[in-house]
Design a protein around this ligand. Structure first.
Ligand code: ATR
Length: 264
């Protein structure tokens, strides 16, 4: 039986096994999908297992999206441009890395019918997934991207990949924006919140990549002030759908049942 993995550290919280296993059952695909907690020193073992077909594919999550790259034989354009890999697949005996976070984010915005072209975006954070959000927003034709991260050097690293972004000091807001995306982990833990006052904003899009809790303080406040809000659950589902399609050759359906299973 074919075996797939999601690798990360921590990994306990990952919902990927539930989602992929649901689709396996739905489409009678004979395969297994498991989560595996790794240390840096184990990354090469995963590649060995892919080469010998012990594993047929893998998703990669925090903190390995960049550090996995030197072990791979090749990258897709999206993975190269973002220096971020969340999906590993094998083609012609080569182990390649791709980034489906980008497509996941784009599809989640399509669902919202929020017009992104010409809009100004403000991104909080400069972690493993931030480059995917910048790449996606650029592809959707935003006119400006501001990035702010506690550790400024990490935002400056992103500027090397995307020279047009404007870096703001942590704690500062841009003069104006239409979309704000939280890519930090602030809000994962109860009582944690982003120390920025957004109370003067309305009719903006507030997007938090966090989906558990389903509404962070960032989103609750934004909703209170009549903004559009979105959490990261749809992005998660659509990135998984694209990974599934790469491995199995067809895109599984995304339906309401999936969201009810994942929200449990
Ligand atoms: P990684 O950096 O390993 O990719 P991540 O979970 O993808 O990890 O990213 C965490 C993000 O949340 C980073 O932008 C981090 O900011 P730093 O680069 O300064 O560490 C941000 N973050 C986490 N906790 C934070 C806090 N209490 N205040 C501000 N930013 C925080």
């Amino acid at each position: 039986m074919k075996k797939y993995l999601v690798i990360g550290n921590p990994i306990e919280h990952s919902l990927s096994p539930i989602l992929h296993s649901y689709w396996f059952k739905q489409y009678n695909v004979e395969a297994q999908y498991e989560k595996k907690k790794l240390l840096d020193k184990n990354l090469k073992d995963i590649i060995t297992d892919l080469r010998s077909d012990k594993i047929s594919g893998a998703n990669v999550t925090v903190p390995f999206k960049k550090s996995i790259i030197p072990f791979l034989d090749g990258l897709t354009v999206e993975a190269t441009k973002t220096q971020s890999v969340n999906t590993i697949f094998k083609v012609n005996n080569e182990i390649r890395g791709h980034n489906t976070d980008i497509g996941g984010f784009v599809k989640s915005l399509d669902q919202l019918k929020f017009k992104t072209a010409g809009k100004k975006a403000f991104i909080l954070g400069a972690g493993g997934v931030t480059s995917s959000i910048i790449f996606a927003l650029n592809g959707m034709g935003v006119s400006k991207i501001f990035v702010s991260n506690r550790t400024k050097e990490k935002a400056e690293e992103l500027k090397k990949l995307f020279p047009k972004i404007e870096i703001l000091d942590w704690g500062k807001k841009p003069p104006e924006f239409d979309i704000v995306v939280n890519t930090t982990s602030i809000g994962l833990k109860e009582n944690e919140k982003i120390e920025l006052d957004f109370s003067n904003y309305k009719d903006k899009l507030f997007y938090d990549l966090i989906y558990n809790p389903s509404q962070t303080k960032f989103l609750l406040d934004a909703q209170k002030f009549k903004n559009i809000i979105k959490n990261g659950l749809e992005m998660f589902v659509y990135q998984a759908q694209e990974s599934f399609e790469i491995w199995h050759g067809f895109a599984p359906e995304v339906n309401v049942k999936i969201y009810s299973i994942l929200r449990k």
